[in-house]
Design a binder for this molecule. Structure first.
Ligand SMILES: C[S@@+](CC[C@H](N)C(=O)[O-])C[C@H]1O[C@@H](n2cnc3c(N)ncnc32)[C@H](O)[C@@H]1O
Length: 233
């Protein structure tokens, strides 16, 4: 399909591509402004950025080597976290981000053997695990329904490229909260754990663990593939 703009035929973007392009513009502007720092990926500080990593990495069995896709890796902050917290474990790491500005900063700081980075909105490979911190939060002005279609597509991609499971975090709906008057706050997607836990259980026939008590208005889902039933011989 094509659309005519200024007399030139251009391929029409899918709704998903349009969202990815707006997300890219948002975060690329963020890192241009604040650099390779927590503020540069729209987090308030390093302590809470690390606390999110602690939750997500509860998915992974560190007693043996594994491969890991980090979807929305930003400037690569998970890499030094893994070096500190999983020092004795061999991890084949791939950072994926749709922002070229993020990936060039990540490469400059952290690229090395078993630490690669690519510009993409989905992983080009299947890994043992995938984690995603912060990719569902800023809806860049899209209506709830369109954003939730995007969330479903991202979950589907993570499931398809994770051999053992994936982990992802969301901002939590605050009960009895007044409608947001601040336009920046209105661009935040907030939800409840039951909705997305049930979705992952049904769509992927997966085992879902909800982590909600880590002192933030957020929650993390650990989504584990159900092992195939062993045959009874
Ligand atoms: C809130 S920042 C968090 C960065 C990093 N995970 C961290 O915690 O330091 C979200 C990042 O995800 C990237 N991102 C958002 N949606 C994405 C998608 N669908 N595919 C790849 N990257 C995405 C953004 O460009 C941004 O760098």
């Amino acid at each position: 399909m094509s659309a005519t703009a200024g007399g030139v035929d251009e391929p029409r973007r899918s709704p998903l591509d349009a969202i990815c392009s707006d997300v890219d513009a948002y975060y690329s502007a963020c890192v241009a402004r604040h650099g390779a720092t927590p503020r540069g990926v729209d987090w308030s500080c390093e302590a809470t950025q690390g606390l999110r990593f602690v939750q997500l990495m509860k998915l992974c069995d560190g007693s043996e080597p594994f491969s890991l896709n980090d979807i929305g890796c930003g400037y690569g902050a998970l890499v030094p976290f893994l070096a500190a917290r999983f020092a004795s474990c061999e991890i084949d790491y791939l950072g994926i981000d749709l922002s070229r500005a993020m990936i060039s900063r990540a490469r400059r700081r952290f690229a090395g053997p078993q630490r690669r980075f690519v510009v993409a909105s989905e992983s080009p490979r299947v890994a043992d695990y995938s984690v995603a911190s912060g990719i569902m939060n800023v809806n860049v002005g899209y209506a709830r329904e369109a954003w939730e279609d995007y969330v479903k597509a991202m979950l589907e991609r993570m499931f398809a490229t994770s051999r053992r499971g994936f982990a992802v975090n969301f901002m939590r709906t605050v009960p009895d909260q007044e409608p947001e008057s601040d336009p920046a706050a209105r661009r935040l997607y907030r939800t409840t754990p039951d909705v997305w836990a049930a979705h992952c259980e049904q769509a992927f026939a997966a085992q879902v663990e909800v982590l909600g008590n880590y002192g933030m208005k957020e929650f993390t889902l650990l989504v584990r593939r159900t092992p195939p039933a062993s045959s009874s011989h």
